[in-house]
Design a protein around this ligand. Structure first.
Ligand code: HEM
Length: 419
């Protein structure tokens, strides 16, 4: 299909475009005139090779591809790694050990094991610790504002960063004294394509290896001496439907990436959305609608897109796709599809139903941590609404340069509430 109003070769993974405006206004044009659009030379994957990809932008088509893993593989070329500019071939093989990059039946086996750690009961058992943590984070931010001559602070580093990492650490039972190391490794790994972070590829890979090693040691220790915790449940009695120590190491790596920056950016964008829509912030402070977190994830769509690869000649929405073609699922576009959402450009925390695809299109890889992420978002905004009710925005957010993440690096806010 062609699209008369877009520049030839328009690329929805271009980090410089994504840094400036998400959701890309071009998505509206694509959904209407070329909902499955061929991009011949993506900028988000330069340095590896110059294969193109199909950009899938309609809600119905993103769901279709996500729910047909037999037609669209996560293993060949994989979901994330082909969007990473700096990755080498050896690292691609390593990343295939991560469940996000697996296909059934391997994926089904691993998923059945790890979802034991994400039952509603497991998430409820974290709630009290996370609620206290969220409150403490908000109180520390209020103290920082009170100490600042201007009353301002960076919401990303003071508020949004910590809870997602604490949640993962709680979930897998990392002792307090080791948490700063886990946080440091995780942050180095997610520092992607943005030159400002000045994190080299080697530093990122080294951090990943150290984190995997730490988690493998944890698994080995629990095998020897099981405790009443998730790690013991996942790894005990290997061979009887449990994870090996290596598999556990890669699972923790995935959690540190998948559960960290995603939730952080949902929280940062959520705060920005509230402060630019004061009626919604007032409504939230008064009524705390239970629909809020889902609308924040739809609005923010922290994961702009993931990829699949066609396993055979097939079609998407009438467009012919060849075996081996790469397919980009643009959740960010699907979440603004007017075929599904009334007034998609309105931030409405009472939106219900809200069938957004921010956590994926409903297939076998649908976000494992969704309930945890929703809980974290609820807890942090409850704490902020109680402790920092008068926040205002100071300038514009500084955005992350990345090919598939909708990220905020800095969001300066001001509070005059006394500490
Ligand atoms: C998968 C989004 C938070 C763990 C995914 C996928 C998306 C996503 C889009 C891929 C779905 C697909 O391919 O169909 C998000 C967003 C989050 C979030 C927007 C926060 C707002 C979390 C948290 C955790 C987590 C807190 C865990 C601590 C995972 C895992 C997978 C995944 C393990 C891979 C599942 C699989 O391959 O079967 N997430 N996620 N996520 N997410 Fe999340």
């Amino acid at each position: 299909m062609t699209c008369p109003h877009l520049p030839e070769g328009f690329d929805a993974t271009d980090p410089d475009l994504l840094r400036s405006r998400v959701p890309l206004p071009e998505f509206a044009e694509l959904r209407q005139t070329a909902p499955v659009w061929w991009c011949p030379q993506p900028r988000g994957v330069t340095g590896f090779d110059d294969e193109g990809y199909w950009a899938v932008t309609r809600h119905a088509d993103v769901k279709y591809v996500s729910t047909h893993p037999e037609l669209f593989s996560s293993n060949e070329n994989t979901a994330v790694i082909r969007f990473n500019e700096h990755i080498g071939r050896e690292q691609i093989e390593v990343q295939k050990l991560i469940m996000l990059n697996m296909d059934p039946p391997e994926h089904t086996r691993v998923r059945q094991i790890v979802q034991r750690g994400f039952t509603p009961r497991a998430i409820r058992s974290l709630e009290t610790a996370l609620r206290d943590r969220a409150r403490a984070i908000a109180e520390e931010a209020r103290a920082a504002a009170a100490a600042d001559p201007d009353g301002s602070f960076d919401f990303v580093t003071r508020v949004a960063v910590e809870l997602p990492l604490q949640a993962i650490a709680e979930l897998i039972g990392v002792p307090q004294e080791d948490r700063s190391r886990i946080f440091d490794w995780s942050n180095k790994m997610v520092a992607y394509d943005d030159p400002e972070y000045a994190i080299t590829e080697e530093v990122g890979v080294e951090a990943a290896m150290e984190l995997i090693g730490y988690a493998m040691n944890m698994a080995a220790a629990r095998k020897e001496c099981p405790a009443q915790d998730i790690v013991s449940q996942l790894v005990a009695a290997e061979g009887q439907g449990n994870l090996s120590s290596d598999e556990f190491g890669f699972f923790v790596l995935l959690l540190a990436v998948a559960g960290n920056e995603t939730t952080r950016n949902a929280i940062s964008h959520g705060m920005h959305a509230f402060l630019t829509h004061p009626d919604q912030w007032e409504l939230y402070k008064r009524e705390r609608p239970a629909t809020t977190a889902e609308e924040i994830v739809r609005w923010a769509t922290p994961v702009v897109s993931f990829q699949r690869t066609a396993t055979q000649d097939t079609e998407i929405g009438g467009q012919k796709i060849k075996r081996g073609d790469r397919v980009g699922l643009f959740y960010s576009s699907a979440n603004h599809d007017p075929e599904v959402f009334e007034n998609p450009g309105t931030f409405d925390i009472t939106r219900d139903p809200n069938p957004h695809l921010g956590f994926g299109g409903g297939g076998p890889h649908f976000c494992l941590g969704k309930s945890l992420a929703v809980k974290e978002i609820e807890l942090i905004f409850d704490a902020v609404a109680d402790v920092l009710p008068d926040l205002t925005l100071v300038g514009e957010p500084r955005r992350l340069r990345a090919a598939w993440l909708n990220g905020v690096k800095e969001l300066r806010v001001r509070s005059t509430t006394p500490a």
